[in-house]
Ligand binder design. Structure first.
Ligand code: ADP
Ligand code: MG
Length: 619
């Protein structure tokens, strides 16, 4: 048989390697910025157009490359950073594989301009899909500028796979944060589509954090410092009260390299145990220094995972150090974590002057005549609850309709767009038979219908109700807002405020009233009726992170994403006990929806068990 094994041509090998190294524009940003750091730059500028899809350019004032090195730098396994395999265990640089430039040049149009201090004339090289198009001598400043244009131009599948501008910019900014946080002694600048996004002067770590995350960050930081034989820890954690619902600022650096470590993250989280709410995440900026020989950073191509020799010791030490710091700065728990949101004073009540309680004896009260649940206090509590529920559903008119009527209405409006399930649900013989709705495990509502029973997921059902209501308000441009007596102020980073600005209009139709949106300050003087004052911060935070991370490219409008995020945040949570009225109300509202059977995220909201299904179980 003839020989059939061939060596892959270089450009093919490079394209394959590129798949590992370059997943998205942000990967290019990371590789180029790290090369600049390795080259000893003290100033690094990142210029991005269209979230990196059109241009990623990194300009540094590092040591530059000679004419020959410039050409060699694009060869695979071309690196100046290791010479023997042994060097791998004593790394002080970011790069070492000599793969990045070769990979990037395989899948983009790349221009390199570079000059070293000791030569008068520099080099300009143009490469397209691994082919050197030109190499010339030129007058350029000392240092290196690499421009990467039209990423993935020759791999349409990858290019199409790129996410929206919002998502790709988010990733780029993440990488920019990671590199710039690890090197406060280097000045960084980032320009996106012609405008300055970050301008970070040389500084120390604390100032760097503040310059990136906004001046308010300063007072949130608790310093952490410890040194042992195997590891030195430095940095900051955020005070517990600034823990976030979404994973926010969580940074581990090992020997100035950003890493992800679920294990060490756990160590930090456990140090915060009891200080923050379940489901919130602590923020931290932690810098670990270890002997390069004691770690293996070679286990992942994009080098964000590290293997420590002595993981357990580092875990224990990290946890203890953070606990100590939190204790020393006396950040004691102040929040009441078990507080049931359902007991919050309704907004309308909070402004009333308190009246001292009076004792009234109901002389006609006869315990043998009344149901125990209907006596005094409990009833008035129910009224309060009902009032609150009304505010949740204000603007909706379904209250006084009866369910059969609703079901009919829905059935009519449904014919056009309903799926089989919903159609069936509202057919005449299947309307609910009587008004008792049970709650199961504080999670499901169960009601009887003619053909059997209906199980409704309370959280998903409420999401659907709120989602349709919010969308309606945004579409009809009708805001239902509750005015705040004292405006609330929040500090957000500049990019977040810019994002809010761009969403101001649709957000106002959901009921938010922004009295100020400037620099790093957001002032809110009105909130949607379903939002309690105390939850505004968390809701905004979540909203921003949903918008940054989950905006799909096409098919979904921004309003849709907004409505989804808010609905998710505001909906009655699983685990919440619902009074009878509240259960009824929710069921009514759900049936008044256009698409009651699916949640905004397309999860099923309800499930029918027919008498026939049940019969089968008893045969
Ligand atoms: P690695 O960083 O793993 O060595 P790269 O492909 O990223 O591999 O870079 C190849 C080589 O090109 C580097 O080892 C370095 O010598 C040179 N190089 C890359 N970028 C720069 C830069 N900005 N300034 C100076 N030299 C650079
Ligand atoms: Mg490199």
């Amino acid at each position: 048989m003839a020989d059939i094994i061939q060596l892959l041509p270089d450009h093919v090998a490079n394209q394959i390697a590129a798949g590992e190294v370059v997943q998205r524009p942000a990967s290019v940003v990371k590789e180029l910025m790290e090369n600049s750091i390795d080259a000893g730059a003290t100033e690094v500028q990142l210029v991005v157009k269209d979230s990196g899809k059109t241009l990623i350019q990194v300009i540094d004032n590092g040591k530059g490359m000679s004419n020959t090195d410039a050409r060699l730098s694009f060869e695979r396994h071309a690196t100046s950073k290791i010479k023997t395999a042994d060097d791998l265990f004593n790394l002080h640089t970011k790069g070492f594989r000599g793969e990045a430039l070769a990979s990037i040049a395989a899948i983009a149009h790349v221009e390199l301009k570079t000059r070293t201090e000791d030569s008068e004339i520099g080099t300009v090289i143009n490469i397209e899909g691994s082919k050197v198009v030109s190499q010339e001598a030129a007058v350029v400043p000392v240092g290196t500028t690499i421009s990467v244009k039209n990423l993935f131009y020759n791999i349409p599948a990858r290019r199409n796979f790129l996410k929206s501008h919002t998502v790709e910019s988010r990733h780029i900014i993440d990488e920019f944060h990671r590199v710039s946080l690890a090197h406060p002694q280097v000045a960084f600048k980032m320009i996106h589509n012609g405008s300055d996004v970050f301008n970070l002067p040389k500084s120390n770590t604390r100032q760097r954090i503040v310059n990136i995350f906004g001046s308010r960050a300063n007072e949130k930081l608790v310093p952490v410092q410890e040194e042992t034989d195997i590891v030195q820890v430095d940095g900051f954690v955020l005070k517990p009260e600034f823990a976030k619902k979404s994973r926010g600022e969580q940074f581990f650096f090992v020997n100035d390299r950003f890493i992800k470590s679920p294990y060490l993250h756990h160590a930090v989280s456990s140090a915060f145990e009891g200080l923050i709410k379940d489901g919130s995440h602590p923020g931290y900026f932690l810098f670990l220094e270890v002997d390069p020989k004691s770690i293996d950073i070679n286990i992942h191509p994009t080098k964000t995972e590290v293997k420590f020799d002595d993981e357990h010791t580092i875990y224990a030490m990290l946890r203890a150090t953070i606990k100590h710091s939190l204790g020393q700065f006396s950040v004691a728990p102040v929040l009441d974590f078990n507080k049931d949101a359902g007991f919050d004073t309704p907004y309308a009540y909070s402004k009333k002057t308190p009246v001292s309680p009076t004792i009234e004896v109901d002389r006609s009260f006869n315990p043998f005549e009344q149901e125990p649940g209907k006596s005094g206090r409990r009833t008035s509590y129910k009224h309060e609850q009902a009032a609150q529920w009304e505010s949740l559903y204000s603007g909706l008119k379904g209250d006084d309709l009866d369910l059969d009527e609703l079901a009919l209405q829905s059935a009519e409006s449904m014919e056009v767009e309903s799926e089989e399930v919903t159609g069936r649900l509202f057919s005449e013989e299947e309307t609910k038979t009587h008004d008792v709705t049970f709650q199961l495990q504080n999670k499901y509502l169960v009601c009887a219908i003619k053909s059997g029973m209906l199980v409704i997921h309370q959280n998903l059902a409420h999401q659907r109700v709120l989602y349709e209501e919010l969308l309606k308000n945004m579409t009809l441009q009708e805001a239902v807002s509750q005015q705040l007596l004292f405006p609330l102020q929040f500090q957000f980073s500049k990019p977040k405020v810019t994002l809010l600005e761009s969403l101001k209009e649709p957000l106002e139709f959901t009921g938010f009233v922004f009295s100020k949106l400037e620099d790093e300050l957001v002032e809110i003087s009105g909130v949607p009726t379903a939002v309690s004052e105390s939850s505004v911060g968390g809701i905004l935070e979540q909203l921003l992170s949903d918008l940054e991370n989950e905006v799909p490219d096409a098919g979904f409008s921004q309003n849709d994403v907004l409505a989804k995020s808010l609905a998710k945040n505001l909906a009655i949570k699983t685990g919440t006990y619902l009074e009878e009225e509240a259960r009824e109300h929710l069921v009514h509202q759900l049936f008044a929806c256009k698409e009651p059977s699916v949640s905004p995220d397309n999860r099923p909201v309800l499930y029918t068990i027919t008498a026939k299904d049940l019969d089968k179980k008893f045969m």
